[in-house]
Design a protein around this ligand. Structure first.
Ligand code: AMP
Ligand code: ZN
Length: 140
């Protein structure tokens, strides 16, 4: 079976398996996450199969992300959330379980227990400028 044939989000796009759809265009589909972190947890996906964000053109990504404000407003209105996180994981080491680009809209409330702070580090010595130069050089 090809990647697309076995991809759960491609199968949802193709209506091969069910999902609770909330919004769609020719290129974009939004539906409820089946295992929500909170009521209204919504996923926004491109209809085309793309595994990671950096594989998308800027134009394709901007058409995908352009729907986020409307969907976020609707999710907030529907759930009375006071905030939301936009989460987008790339690669298994970053927690990407479904290998098809998706943005999570995760509604938040006071003391909802979900948390969000990661353990931050500090640069020492010249490491920050080394990394800055590595990234600038990689950008060309
Ligand atoms: P990630 O860890 O960023 O890859 O997130 C994948 C998300 O997809 C998880 O939050 C899952 O609960 C969700 N998910 C997996 N299968 C389905 C499905 N059939 N319908 C809706 N959401 C799904
Ligand atoms: Zn797919």
């Amino acid at each position: 079976m090809s990647d697309v044939e076995q991809c759960v989000f491609c199968r949802i796009v193709a209506e091969d398996i069910p999902a609770l759809r909330v919004f769609e265009t020719d290129e974009v589909l939004a539906f409820l996450d089946v295992n929500p972190l909170a009521d209204g947890h919504t996923l926004i996906v491109p209809k085309a199969h793309v595994v990671r964000l950096e594989e998308m053109s800027g134009e394709m990504l901007s058409r995908l992300t352009s729907v986020i404000p409307d969907i976020a407003r609707a999710v907030i209105a529907a759930t009375s959330a006071t905030g939301y996180n936009v989460l987008q994981n790339n690669g298994r080491d970053a927690g990407q379980e479904v290998q098809h680009v998706h943005f999570h809209i995760i509604p938040r409330r006071p003391a909802d227990g979900l948390g969000y702070r990661w353990q931050a580090g500090k640069y020492t010595g010249a490491r920050a400028t080394e990394v800055q130069n590595l990234i600038r050089n990689a950008l060309g």
